[in-house]
Design a binder for this molecule. Sequence first.
Ligand code: FES
Length: 107
Amino acid sequence: MNTQYNRAMHADELAENSSRCMEIAGINVLLCRSGGEFFAVLNQCTHQDAPLQGGRIRNRMVSCPLHGMRYELSTGKPFGQLTHVPLPTYPVRVVDGYLEVAVPIAE
Ligand code: FES
């Protein structure tokens, strides 16, 4: 599958251990900063589809606000008993101070 980087926001706008959701090429993405790194994941829990926006960000993990499942931001690996389905993740790069997120594009 092909991907394309899309400019999202200035990196300085995202504080450590915070997140911001935005639609990127039709995908509801949660941009996160933790451990000095940037991550992009689908803004939808794989348990019961709750938005992850507003969930606690710590130690490169995001917690679902609804039932508390945690996901590793770099891999989407779930931690908890409620689901074993990983969270989709997207590559992030910083270009000229801006975050760019790679999302799948139709071929
Ligand atoms: S919907 Fe996220 S843990 Fe249940």
